[in-house]
Write a protein that binds this ligand. Structure first.
Ligand code: NDP
Ligand SMILES: CC(C)=CCC[C@@H](C)[C@H]1CC[C@H]2C3=C(CC[C@]12C)[C@@]1(C)CCC(=O)C[C@@H]1CC3
Length: 345
């Protein structure tokens, strides 16, 4: 009888490996001696030690090719929240994740680490030092978050020690760093259009922003701790910089670092939220006639005007997590990585 050869534990796949977080993860995995298959809808770079498989994660056959001989899968693919496309979020984050789980079990993958989001418990009101015990949001702030909740539930439920398939979810918050396509580019674009003059609310709200290398560290720790006897099986873990910061201080440090003025004038939170809601409704109603995307969406206003920071005690206790890069160093490295976004360039 042929004995099944167990795939090498240093052979892994990163679904979404062409994206911001995915590429940082791939680079660290290579440093640590892993060989990596990237599965993504686009190929954004080439690196020795990486095999690219271009495809849609809803296509099981394509996935099966990429998962051949792979024992560990990181799933960090998602449509961008700014796409605001309900059908796409449902197709990729829910149906696609079901397909990823099926493909993993068919291919004999033993471990899967999902990139979820701390926002799965956020309803637009204050969260201070929130633990993983908080229930999922009953009223998530947008469709993206709604589908991230369903996705996380699917992956955690699929954890099955008897069948040798172990899963864990990492919930980062506000990832930033070099090559980030969202936070800094949106911030700079808003500043260049003269709209970054206002502070929403009194500016005292504390938020987590997480340097990308710390998020990568949390993912790799989770993969290495994921064993049948470990408490992390089938669980979700917050991963942050463990340094909550005033939202508007963080934005100001980025802006000033890039040569732009920091926002100074205060606007009442509920006024801005109401206006954002009105604009969003208008953009949805007028979508067939004119396409416009408001910068200050209700989701962004809620994130900019409330407290939302999370405890990482559980990750510290169960997998020895500790951020590797401080917020100050993370901001410095990020600012230096965007010379083309500096004021006047
Ligand atoms: N950025 C943040 O602050 C946070 C992000 N997260 C989560 O982290 C993960 C990574 O985010 P981030 O790196 O910022 O995002 P990116 O958009 O940079 O990376 C996601 C990658 O997945 C790809 N992708 C999208 N749809 C599919 C598909 N159907 N099949 C295959 N690949 C696909 C994207 O391609 P394309 O670009 O062409 O769409 C992209 O290359 C996501 O799961 C996100 O939900 C969680 C918390 C915070
Ligand atoms: C008010 C304004 C225009 C601020 C500019 C910065 C924002 C674009 C970011 C501030 C907080 C960020 C954030 C995310 C995206 C970018 C911001 C809104 C996420 C929604 C990305 C996906 C997640 O899972 C949660 C993130 C929360 C924080």
């Amino acid at each position: 009888m042929a004995t099944r050869i167990r795939p090498s534990s240093k052979r892994c796949a990163v679904i979404g490996g062409s994206g911001f977080l995915g590429r940082h993860l791939v680079e660290k995995l290579l440093d640590k001696g892993y060989t990596v298959s990237v599965f993504d809808i686009r190929q954004s770079y080439e690196l020795p030690g990486v095999t690219f498989h271009q495809g849609d994660l809803c296509d099981k056959l394509g996935l099966l090719t990429a998962l051949r001989d792979v024992s560990l899968v990181f799933h960090c693919a998602s449509p961008a929240p700014a796409s605001d496309n309900k059908a796409l979020f449902e197709r990729v984050n829910i149906q696609g994740t079901k397909t990823v789980i099926e493909a993993c079990t068919e291919a004999g993958v033993q471990k899967m680490v999902l990139t979820s989001s701390a926002s799965v418990v956020f309803e637009g009101t204050d969260i201070k030092n929130g633990s993983e015990e908080l229930p999922y949001a009953k009223k998530p702030i947008d469709y993206y978050t709604q589908t991230k909740i369903e996705q996380e539930k699917l992956v955690l439920k699929a954890c099955n020690k008897d069948r040798g398939f172990l899963t864990v979810a990492i919930r980062p918050h506000g990832i930033f760093g070099p090559r980030d396509p969202q936070l800094v580019p949106i911030l700079v674009d808003t500043a260049r259009r003269g709209k970054m003059k206002f502070i929403i609310g009194d500016g005292s709200n504390l938020v987590d922003f997480t340097y990308v290398e710390n998020v990568v560290h949390g993912h790799i720790l989770a993969a290495e701790f994921l064993r049948p006897e470990s408490p992390i099986c089938g669980k979700a873990y917050h991963i942050t910089n463990d340094e909550p910061v005033r939202f508007w201080d963080f934005m100001s440090d980025m802006l000033v670092g890039l040569g732009y003025a920091a926002p100074r004038y205060h606007l009442p939170y509920f006024l801005v939220y109401g206006l954002a809601l009105l604009l969003w409704l208008l953009s949805v109603l007028l979508r067939p006639l004119v396409a416009f995307k408001p910068t200050f969406t209700p989701m962004r206003v809620a994130l900019a005007g409330t407290h939302h920071f999370y405890s990482v005690s559980k990750a510290k206790q169960d997998m020895g997590y500790k951020p590797l890069v401080s917020l100050k160093d993370g901001i410095k490295r990020t600012v230096e990585s965007y010379p083309h976004l500096r004021h006047g360039v």
